[in-house]
Design a protein around this ligand. Structure first.
Ligand SMILES: Nc1ncnc2c1ncn2[C@@H]1O[C@H](COP(=O)(O)OP(=O)(O)OP(=O)(O)O)[C@@H](O)[C@H]1O
Length: 721
């Protein structure tokens, strides 16, 4: 309301109104058009006044933008509302009962906020907005929705946009074309969820449901070099996408134009056209080529050759030669040739269309179950300019890429379909990487990752120009595919023009989790050059390996003397070494050695002591476990009416534990007895020896003279004692 009053307020009553009208300001709302050059004309000179006016103008600009954005949304909603079926089926059926309006459309601002920024509006603020919307226009279509959204990239018109190259001077341009809803989609009641804005922005309104079952619209904004709405003709698309490439080719360069998108999104319509009266990019390009050649190359004529082939599941088939199998081979100079490819000379647009229609017929033999018109292959049309001596004087590729949807979307996800899908996905990923590496002027182009990029290798090196047209369907059922297409295109263009800033700006951007996910999906190559991507994340320790290193995690390795919990073996230690070196400290660690084995080898007293210590620890452990078992068992039996099976199982385990404890005790007493036996044996052996010595001494005395015998006897007595 305040805004309305403010907007309608005339300035004519102001004493200095003539100054305002002289700079085109008739109403307060016009103040937003003021620039700083107008300030002196208005008599504003002091810095304080200038600052105040500047702030006012900025505030008005923000209000204007918000109003425009709201109008866009309301227009969009009005369009949706006009689709009666959708309104009833989609909007109402998804809402079980009418709820009061609680949220409004997103608060827009075209101020660049960084890549993929999420904007959320508080519920209170949104409620206020929707209330004013309702009073103003009374077109509530989605009554219950919150608003939030994503921005993908910066508007190219923004002063902060990374790439401010002039259109046409760019080596890579990425455009989006939205097709209208088809009759079938309209009949099915599909809603148009895509808004093409201002020539370079496209918004996808994704219908979502919150955990509290609240309906809301999530808006995704994407910025590209060009955005074509449903009203755009092939001619217009051609002028702003392929035409600069054709000019580049006519100047002897190489150019490639890709049509990318979901099956049925309009790739073939864009490339081939819908009828002879509405030609596509192929025909329009050739028309311009002939027009150019007829005026400029009259003395040394250039010839136009076309070849047309497809790549299906990594194999090449010639569409102008009954789908003959072709092979791409690299020669000694690392130039890729397609062996056996047939090229046909054309001398007019009609002859080109004739050739292409022949090839298209061949191509449609490889249909899939997604859509009767779809194809799961990439179609590549090559137009070459050759001199009379067959030297190439320019080359252009038109690539109608296979549908970007996943193989799982096919009606029959059999093995063949899955392989097709995997192949397509791989080639599209490789294509993205190659285009990015072309733009970043990297020394390495990963063109060998797929047959498509291998064949197009020439297009990714040198002075090539590339244009990608991402075709999108507007229907709400295709929202996910549309978003995938736009995200792919966004990834292709996102680092464009930052060849010199590799790892700079991007590296400073706060990465979002989604971006990271998609980064992780990216293969090496181009990605690895950026600062953020070049660093591989710290490797997570593998649990399995840890176990292997740290030994078994059985209770016997955790509990030590005194009942304290011990860690497993420290890193870099080996079993046995630590145990013998540090004695009783590592009691818990030593338990991996079988107890009986240690007792069996107990020859030294020290080891025997250790063994006894271990046995004591083990016994303590078993006792503790037995106690625990019995406590658990008692609890189980007290708290729950256990089943007979459960009781028996508990009893069995408890008995097993007791047996273990008993056996440990037995082992301990057995060890003691063994030790005593050993000692007794030693004592016995000593006594025998003494007895033998005495006998020997007595016998010797009988044969020796008395003097010698007395001396020997005294020394022997000493030794025996
Ligand atoms: N810009 C457009 N204006 C009007 N109709 C269009 C437009 N784009 C596409 N269509 C129509 O949409 C339908 C599907 O288009 P198209 O066959 O070109 O899709 P596609 O992406 O090439 O699919 P596939 O991958 O199966 O070849 C066709 O009937 C076509 O006429």
């Amino acid at each position: 309301m305040t805004l309305c009053l403010y907007e309608s307020h005339p300035l004519t009553s102001h004493p200095n109104s003539h100054l305002f009208t002289s700079v085109g300001v008739h109403r307060a709302a016009h103040l937003s058009g003021l620039t700083m050059e107008d300030y002196p004309i208005l008599g504003i000179r002091s810095m304080e006044d200038r600052t105040r006016l500047f702030n006012l103008v900025q505030m008005l600009k923000t209000i204007d933008l918000e109003t425009n954005a709201k109008q866009d949304i309301m227009e969009e909603l009005s369009i949706n509302n006009s689709h009666a079926r959708f309104s009833t089926r989609f909007a109402l059926s998804r809402r079980p009962k009418p709820r009061p309006a609680t949220a409004a459309s997103r608060k827009f601002s075209d101020q660049p906020v960084g890549r993929k920024d999420t904007k959320e509006v508080s519920r209170k603020e949104m409620s206020t907005n929707i209330a004013s919307e309702h009073t103003a226009k009374a077109t509530p279509v989605y009554e219950s929705k919150t608003a939030a959204g994503y921005n993908y990239g910066l508007p190219l018109s923004s002063p902060l946009a990374p790439n401010k190259k002039q259109p046409g001077a760019q080596r890579i341009s990425v455009c989006v074309r939205k097709r209208p809803l088809t009759c079938t989609e309209r009949r099915a009641g599909e809603a148009d969820v895509v808004t093409a804005l201002s020539g370079e922005c496209v918004i996808v309104h994704e219908s979502k449901e919150a955990v509290d079952l609240t309906e809301y619209i999530l808006q995704h904004r994407f910025y590209f070099d060009q955005v074509f709405g449903e009203e755009s003709s092939n001619e217009e698309v051609y002028r702003r996408t392929a035409y600069p490439l054709v000019q580049h080719m006519l100047n002897g360069g190489k150019a490639t134009c890709f049509a990318y998108g979901q099956t049925g999104a309009g790739k073939t319509h864009t490339m081939l056209g819908s009828s002879p009266g509405r030609p596509g990019l192929y025909a329009l390009a050739v028309r311009d080529i002939f027009a150019h050649l007829s005026t400029t190359h009259t003395r040394s004529p250039l010839l136009v050759y076309v070849s047309f082939f497809e790549i299906y599941c990594g194999q090449l088939y010639d569409l102008l030669d009954h789908r003959k199998r072709l092979f791409a081979r690299e020669d000694g100079q690392k130039v890729v040739h397609i062996a056996g490819l047939r090229d046909v000379r054309v001398d007019s647009v009609s002859s080109l269309l004739e050739v292409i229609s022949q090839g298209t017929e061949e191509r449609t033999q490889g249909m899939s179950g997604v859509n009767p018109l779809s194809s799961r292959s990439h179609a590549l049309l090559q137009i070459q300019l050759r001199r009379l001596n067959q030297q190439i004087a320019g080359r252009m590729w038109f690539v109608d890429l296979a549908g970007s949807e996943r193989a799982s979307d096919t009606k029959e996800p059999d093995r063949q379909s899955r392989m097709e899908g995997a192949e397509i996905n791989q080639s599209l990923l490789a294509l993205k990487e190659c285009i990015r590496s072309l733009d970043q002027e990297q020394s390495h182009t990963p063109f060998r990752q797929s047959k498509l990029t291998q064949v197009l290798k020439d297009s990714f090196v040198g002075d090539s120009m590339t244009c990608m047209i991402a075709n999108i369907s507007p229907g709400h059922l295709a929202t996910e595919h549309t978003l995938n297409t736009l995200r792919y295109a966004d990834r292709v263009k996102e680092l464009r023009g930052q060849g010199g800033l590799r790892g700079g700006r991007r590296g400073k951007t706060i990465p979002s989790p989604k971006r990271n996910l998609s980064n992780s999906n990216s293969s090496s190559g181009a990605n690895s050059s950026t600062a953020t991507r070049g660093k591989s994340p710290p490797k997570k320790p593998k649990l399995g390996r840890q176990r292997e290193v740290f030994g078994p995690s059985t209770p016997t390795s955790r509990v030590a003397t005194g009942g304290s919990i011990l860690c497993s073996t420290p890193k870099n230690s080996r079993w046995g070494e630590e145990t013998s070196a540090k004695g009783g400290k590592e009691i818990g660690l030593e338990q991996i050695t079988p107890i009986r084995g240690m007792l069996g080898t107990a020859e030294k007293g020290e080891k025997r002591e250790k063994a006894c210590g271990r046995v004591a620890a083990d016994e303590q452990l078993h006792l503790w476990e037995a106690q625990r078992e019995s406590v658990f068992y008692r609890r189980e039996t007290a708290n729950q009416p256990s089943t007979l099976h459960g009781v028996r199982e508990g009893e069995r385990r408890s008995i097993e534990r007791r047996i273990q404890v008993e056996s440990s005790r037995d082992t301990y007493s057995e060890a003691e007895r063994q030790r005593e036996r050993d000692l007794q044996k030693v004592d016995g052996r000593d006594k025998d020896r003494e007895r033998h010595l005495r006998q020997y001494h007595q016998q010797l005395q009988q044969f020796m003279p008395s003097s010698a015998s007395s001396a020997f006897s005294s020394s022997n007595q000493a030794s025996l004692s």
